[in-house]
Write a protein that binds this ligand. Structure first.
Ligand code: PMP
Length: 361
């Protein structure tokens, strides 16, 4: 295993090497059963143990209180864009959205299909380069929840401070999931695709406050109701067993590292290393994001021109630093440094950036 590259993809992305190796070892004959985990019934006791342990670890590491249910659902974060308003938004209520960028827009668009949704703040005019302060968020009467996107994966901005508002928050945490502790009392629901910080693609991890479901809408198909999955511990139908199994392993890895306090510190240190190179480059590299909202997960940056950006991405790739191209909608460069990216990868990128500047300026 010496030919692993440093993968800065926005997701799916790098997983801890020890997790991959452990899964490889037990893949063909899972714990002496003579079959792999993905070949057995999702009702088998071996799988049940994996499933329950992953849910328990997610709760424990994130510090989710007892009144939250932990769910593994299919359809990624994208299905949650619809499930949230379908379940929570009742006639006569409104849903408020913080318009922080591309992903918030996706959530907002879906909400408009299921009820009255509005933008309580819109970052469009500033090019989605910052998050709002609480005093900028304008809530209307009868607002059921305020939806926030804790980290905009494309824009590279993060919600550093959670809004102080008098309605519950609902958060899409896909791209900084379980990278810092959160104030649970503010939330009715948090969700995210798992394929960045927590495992392979194939599931959304949802934490929902059970009491918030007591008067939820129920006039839709069974899969679309949160209560269905709460009642069945996410075993209502066949779950994405391999994904959940891998998440369990990543969560154990996170716990062994020291849990969220250690991970939060490491994320701050790793991203700071790249921002430091940008800030010390005399403007050769630039980051469009407001300093206080710089993402700890997706570091976006520009070079002096697009030609140099193309050259940078190509030469970095040849040097084993993969997937540094910014999202096609915004261009530039983006280094996604999720929980499993080791400092070693970040140092390699920082060194490459400095050398590239020396060679090309
Ligand atoms: N929200 C955010 C913040 C994302 O980054 C993404 C995916 N990159 C999504 C939602 C959509 O997630 P999925 O592909 O799991 O549906």
């Amino acid at each position: 295993m010496t030919n692993r590259v440093h993968n800065f993809c926005a997701g799916p992305c790098t997983l801890p090497l020890e997790v991959l190796e452990e899964a490889q070892q037990e893949f063909v004959d899972y714990h002496g059963t003579g079959m792999s985990l993905i070949e057995m019934s999702h009702r088998a006791p071996e799988y049940d143990e994996v499933h329950m342990e992953a849910m328990q670890l997610a709760r424990e590491i994130y510090g989710a209180p007892d009144d939250f249910a932990v769910l593994f659902l299919q359809g990624g974060a994208t299905l949650q864009f619809a499930m949230v308003p379908m379940n929570l938004l009742k006639a006569g209520q409104k849903a408020a959205y913080v318009g922080s960028g591309a992903w918030a827009s996706g959530a907002f668009k879906d909400a408009q299909k299921y009820g009255e949704a509005y933008l309580a703040w819109d970052g469009k005019d500033n090019g989605y380069t910052r998050m709002p302060g609480s005093d900028e968020i304008e809530l209307r009467p009868d607002t059921r929840y305020l939806h926030v996107t804790s980290n905009e994966t494309i824009g590279g901005i993060r919600m550093t401070e959670w809004p102080e508002v008098d309605v519950p928050l609902v958060a899409d945490m896909s791209s900084d999931y379980m990278s810092r502790p959160i104030p649970w009392e503010k939330f009715d629901l948090v969700y995210g695709g798992v394929q960045k910080n927590l495992g392979p693609a194939g599931a959304a991890l949802v934490f929902v406050r059970k009491s918030a479901l007591s008067d939820a809408n129920s006039d839709m198909g069974a899969y679309l109701r949160y209560q269905t999955h709460v009642d069945k511990d996410s075993l209502f139908n066949t779950p994405p067993v391999f994904t959940i199994y891998m998440i369990g392993k990543v969560l154990k890895w996170m716990k062994n590292k020291g849990g969220l306090p250690a991970i939060e510190q490491e994320a701050a240190d790793k991203s700071a290393r790249i921002y430091q190179v940008i800030d010390n480059s005399n403007g050769w590299y630039s980051c469009p994001v407001a300093v206080e909202n710089r993402s700890h997960m997706n570091v976006v940056f520009r070079l002096p021109n697009e030609e140099l950006e193309k050259k940078f991405i190509k030469e970095a790739d040849a040097a084993g630093l993969k997937n540094l191209k910014g999202h096609r909608s915004v261009g530039g460069c983006r280094a996604s440094i999720y929980n499993a990216m080791p400092m070693e990868g970040v140092e390699a990128l920082a060194g490459f950036m400095q050398q590239f500047q020396r060679d090309n300026s």
